[in-house]
Design a protein around this ligand. Structure first.
Ligand code: HEC
Ligand code: HEC
Ligand code: HEC
Ligand code: HEC
Length: 397
């Protein structure tokens, strides 16, 4: 368990440092004014540092690595956006604060920038791949008839060798080369009477693990495909004409309606599954088939992933009601003895994260001053947080 954890952390450190070497910064792009649209992170992994520095890792684990006294964050327990996260953190804070006292962990404030990094990181856990299953990959390789045309070991000269693939440790690399050849391959498959394979769930990762294992030339250094930079992906979405067909001309389906809260290879699988019909449309509209190199596919897919984060509903009118329903007015009245700003003095907030940060940072004080005296903390739903946010920003609208 311990080695697994160290391995996990060092992989993340490698990832993070490659980002830094590559000229990425830990700064994210500025939030889109006070609107509800999610800004895109430049490096979603940077929040890992916050997760450790703020002590979350002391109690929480990620995919089984880390503290064991609090719920694990993983591909199945992740927080799709900041409202989900702050609401869960708020609602569980009484228990968290108790545990912190027990463990003598210092309760640290989280500023706007760190909150943003943290939520991007936790959000990204769904995107990162779980390891593929080699055995299932082997089955798929024959079931999908890859072996009709390909060999993995070098020996077979009649087939196209995939022996080079072993140095690429990431399934996303396989996804990228397969996408590049997809139209040609799928046409050949149809001609040879082979059903074009459709990838479900984790199958891409399984296949990739198998190919990687069998073709691996041992000591050679592995090339990792990094998780992707959504900002660069946004640029590709335009330059590769995805925007043209999917948003401008409505030739393809409206991608904002799709749920891209999936792992990176599942999204790659979605693209693969539609490659040949997309290619047909491209030929018709005289658009050249988009090929990807280096990290382009990772960038593009991470953009798709962040593009459609579920939008939380809320309203300033509802927020106004919540101020009294949730007891905020008890402290935030004019001339209160808590030194709290009056309701009308609060806001506006230029970015959701500065609001999330303010909420989180005054929880211990709330516990101490009132709720510790037998009152319990009022629960906040994600939509409540949104409504309160809109209420404090009502004058800007
Ligand atoms: C001292 C231990 C401890 C620390 C440190 C801690 N937590 Fe927790 N956290 C808990 C416990 C225990 C729970 C479950 C509480 C409950 O059941 O009400 C929890 C619950 C949560 C939940 C809700 C989880 C769910 O599955 O619904 C979130 C989100 C969360 N914590 C985020 C964080 C973040 C982010 C940090 C770092 C800033 C952090 N926690 C630091 C102990 C901790
Ligand atoms: C009907 C024959 C056929 C089948 C079946 C087939 N492929 Fe291919 N594949 C090709 C051809 C032909 C190319 C080269 C296309 C080109 O040059 O553009 C190729 C290229 C590739 C490449 C890129 C190789 C490189 O070195 O760049 C990968 C990876 C790949 N295929 C994987 C697969 C996998 C995985 C399967 C099974 C799911 C599969 N292929 C099924 C014919 C096939
Ligand atoms: C020539 C127009 C065209 C271009 C350019 C294009 N697409 Fe598509 N796309 C389509 C069409 C048409 C479909 C529906 C295909 C089908 O029904 O099988 C589609 C389907 C998809 C799907 C699958 C949706 C589903 O049903 O699961 C995804 C994902 C997708 N496209 C992403 C992209 C991305 C990313 C790009 C840019 C690299 C792109 N498309 C470029 C026309 C296009
Ligand atoms: C126990 C008293 C108390 C309660 C209850 C309380 N607050 Fe506060 N709040 C304060 C104090 C005191 C501050 C001043 C900053 C600090 O000390 O953290 C503050 C600060 C804030 C801020 C930051 C203001 C700024 O301009 O930076 C926000 C936002 C806020 N509270 C929202 C709320 C909301 C929403 C509720 C109800 C869910 C609430 N508060 C309930 C005492 C309270």
């Amino acid at each position: 368990m311990k080695t697994k954890f160290i391995l996990f952390v060092s992989t993340l450190i490698v990832l993070a440092s490659i980002y830094l070497l590559d000229g990425y910064t830990l700064n994210q792009s500025p939030q889109s004014k006070h609107g509800s649209g999610q800004a895109l992170p430049q490096n979603p992994m940077s929040g890992r540092i916050v997760f450790e520095q703020k002590g979350c890792i002391d109690c929480h684990s990620i995919n089984g690595s880390g503290g064991k006294t609090a719920p694990d964050f993983s591909t199945n327990n992740f927080f799709g956006n900041g409202y989900d996260l702050i609401s869960a953190m708020w609602n569980h804070s009484p228990e968290m604060l108790k545990q912190m006292d027990v463990k003598n962990i210092n309760r640290q404030n989280i500023d706007e920038k760190d909150f943003r990094s943290l939520r991007y990181f936790l959000n990204f856990l769904r995107y990162l791949d779980v390891n593929g299953n080699v055995k299932n990959g082997q089955l798929l390789f024959s079931k999908m008839k890859c072996n009709d045309c390909h060999s993995i070991e070098k020996s077979n000269t009649k087939k196209i060798s995939l022996s080079k693939m072993g140095v690429y440790a990431s399934p996303l690399y396989l996804a990228q080369v397969m996408w590049n050849h997809a139209a040609k391959m799928q046409k050949l498959q149809m001609k040879s009477g082979i059903k074009v394979p459709v990838f479900k769930k984790n199958e891409f990762a399984d296949l990739s693990s198998y190919i990687e294992l069998v073709s691996a030339n041992g000591k050679k250094e592995k090339i990792f495909m990094l998780p992707g930079n959504p900002l660069k992906g946004k640029v590709l979405f335009k330059s590769k004409k995805c925007f043209y067909c999917h948003e401008e001309k409505h030739i393809g389906p409206d991608l904002t309606k799709f749920n891209f809260n999936k792992s990176v290879t599942e999204i790659a699988g979605m693209m693969w599954d539609h490659a040949s019909s997309m290619e047909t449309a491209m030929t018709k509209y005289k658009i050249s088939y988009p090929e990807f190199k280096n990290r382009e596919m990772a960038n593009l897919i991470s953009y798709l992933y962040f593009k459609n984060q579920s939008q939380i509903k809320g309203s300033a009118v509802e927020g106004n009601k919540l101020i009294s329903e949730k007891g905020c007015i008890g402290c935030h009245s004019i001339g209160n003895s808590f030194n709290a700003p009056a309701i009308d003095e609060i806001g506006p907030f230029y970015g959701e994260d500065s609001f999330f940060s303010a909420l989180w940072n005054h929880l211990p004080m709330m516990e101490r001053t009132s709720y510790a005296k037998g009152k319990s903390l009022p629960k906040l739903l994600p939509s409540d947080v949104k409504s309160l946010y809109l209420y404090f920003n009502r004058k800007v609208r």
